[in-house]
Design a protein around this ligand. Structure first.
Ligand SMILES: [Zn+2]
Length: 65
C-alpha cells in the first residue's frame, strides 16, 4: 500500500485559505519558494507586493515608522 503524501496543503499567503496541489488555481515562485493560490487574483496581488504578505519574516531592530 502506498500513501499519497503529495496532497499536502499550503496556505494562500494573500487570503489565508488552505490550498493543495489540486485545488490551487495558480502558483508563483518567489525567492526559491513556490507559493500556491486559490485564485489568479490572489497570485496577482502577491506578485505585486510579495513583502506585504510575508510580514512574518521580520528583521530585528526594524520598526515601521
Ligand atoms: Zn486566495
Amino acid at each position: 500500500m502506498k500513501r499519497q503524501s503529495d496532497e499536502r496543503s499550503f496556505k494562500d499567503p494573500v487570503c489565508g485559505m488552505e490550498v493543495s496541489h489540486k485545488t490551487a488555481v495558480d502558483q508563483f515562485l518567489y525567492q526559491g519558494k513556490t507559493y500556491y493560490f486559490c485564485a489568479g487574483s490572489c497570485r496577482e496581488a502577491f506578485e505585486a507586493e510579495p513583502e506585504k504578505y510575508l510580514r512574518h519574516h521580520r528583521q530585528h531592530g526594524m520598526k515601521p515608522g
